[in-house]
Design a protein around this ligand. Sequence first.
Ligand code: C2E
Ligand code: MG
Ligand code: MG
Length: 666
Amino acid sequence: MMKIKRHTTLLDKTGILIIGTGACLFYYYFETTLRGENLNILITIGIILVISLFTQYLLNDINSSKGALQQANETLEHRVRERTEELRNSELKYRTIFENTGAATIIIEKDKKISLANSRFLDMSGCSRSEIIDRKTWVDFIDEKSYRKLFGDEKNPVAEMPGAHGKHVECQFVDKHENRKDILISFAQIPETEASVASLTDITELKDAERRIYFQAFHDALTRLPNRALFLEHLRVAIKRTKRRPDYHFAVIYLDIDRFKLVNDSLGHGVGDDLLVAFAARIREFLRDIDILARLGGDEFVILLEEVCDPDCTNAIIERLQQALRKPFGLHGKEVFAPASFGVVLNTQDYEQPEMIIRDADAAMYHAKESGRGQVKVFDKKLHAKTLHLLQQETDLRNAVSRNQFQNHYQPIVRLDTASVVGFEALIRWNHPETGMISPDAFILTAEENGLIVPITRLTLERSCRDLQDWQNILGKAPEFTVSVNISCRHFLQPSLLDDLKEVLERTGLPPHLLKLEITETALMDEADESIRMAHRLREFGIRLMIDDFGTGYSSLSYLQRLPIDTLKIDRSFISKIQENPESNRNIVEAIVSLAHKLDMHVVAEGIETPEQHAILLDMKCEFGQGFLFSRPMPKSDVDALVRQLGSFCPSKRDQPYCLTTGLPN
Ligand code: C2E
Ligand code: MG
Ligand code: MG
């Protein structure tokens, strides 16, 4: 720029010198010409002068253009400097962003090669920059499985990439040292180029959490086996496969550990849990890899036997499992046996819904349990009919509750020495509109299972209290009869039981001490601690408790002592065999009577049918009894008549009031 200026000044000066010299020459020759000499020279000089002037003018113009050009050049230079600065800043900015996005970021060219990678990516890959740039493609860092998921089976890294703009893909990243990570790759096309930018986020923790949540949702926390939901899914797949492949067969086994509650109650829940884990492991050990073992809850397990060509195959596996369960489990230094009952469904091709298979396997298991412990029952047509009957019964029972089709029959409880009535046991009957009177043994179990036992018992309780009030009214005040109502285990453990009882007593006005509740020994044993708590609450309220069917369970003396029990009712099975030889039954009854007395409890002997049984019991100092010898259970109207009759005997037999005419001791 300075050079141009110098040249311009030089030209200017030379021009002025030429013009000045020209002008002097022109003046000299002009004077000479005026004197008549050198006209030609004058003209020449004049022309030269004009040319010089014009040249000077042109030079001046060039000079001024040069100046403008120079200025423009300067402005341009400035602008370039500015833009370069801006570009540098922008580059710096984007490089900083690229480096610090928080995610591993790479630029991928059309051929999938990585042309730029930030330090995070280098850290993630374990490679140096030179190992990656223009050498590796992004798919070099993706594991085989993810690759197949993204591109299909074709091994072609430059095949159509899923990295369309804005697309996100999850895959497994494999670094230089073969370490694996779960990553999320987000692709974005770089405008007006064929390259894209991909940012990779490590989502391993997220995926682990997801896997944990999935595991928790579909597995049992204790045994880590699949749960019901996952098992149903496997069954669904198996059913579909049966429809596709006629040669494919599967079987389902429902398993329930026998007397598991006893383990829980006697050895504690910790041992119970350990037993479940050990049980699951042992069963698993005897299954094939393709079979599925799941825990449905509690002590109930279910197995899906895959590819069982014929029933013999299933039988062989069941036999193996039973064999395995004959050996004890060593838990906390103790040997614990855990035999199980098996319910099997073989004809699985008949099913459309997995739930139905489980239902029928469960029904088969239930029947196996009924026919003794450690048994196997295969679901068949007969069982199917029985299940249908149970289902029908359930519907009928619901109707029976809403239409109140139940009746109370009452069986007197007597003092054995005088045969005087001291109370009545309420025994429910179902007056079915089609089949007539149904005994409790035929429906109580179903009612217990479907929970209808609770409303049914409420009806029985209310009626018992009202009927007893009626009899008290017939007789006048003293002496007082009691009424015993049977309470099933399920109802006994309901926290609402006490409120139900209070409500009924309040409504009917019966004093609590005239109401007795009969609970079977096994029911009390099922949830020992819970039962003890409930028993105390009832006793505090003034209601008396009896243990029904005593002798059939396994209550320990220490357990009995912890229960606030008023009366033990000796099970009928002992009384019916009391005369048999050898005398073991007699000894048992005698032991129960003396045990009860030592624990300050009363004793009632159930099912006394003969005078001999009566005499033996009297001999043993058993105070109370009940049985056909004295009276069969009878409807309310018959009891009304009996009570009137008893009342009329009363005045003459002050020491033996309310005596029955039958069953009097000799
Ligand atoms: P349980 O409480 O042990 O009742 C005694 C059962 O023995 C009654 O049968 C009664 O009729 C029968 N029985 C009484 N004396 C004799 C006898 O001398 N010989 C023979 N062979 N049997 C006699 P039932 O009425 O069929 O009741 C059967 C069971 O049903 C009852 O046994 C009780 O466990 C249950 N049950 C009855 N009513 C109810 C109720 O309202 N609620 C609940 N949860 N269970 C009830
Ligand atoms: Mg009873
Ligand atoms: Mg009984």
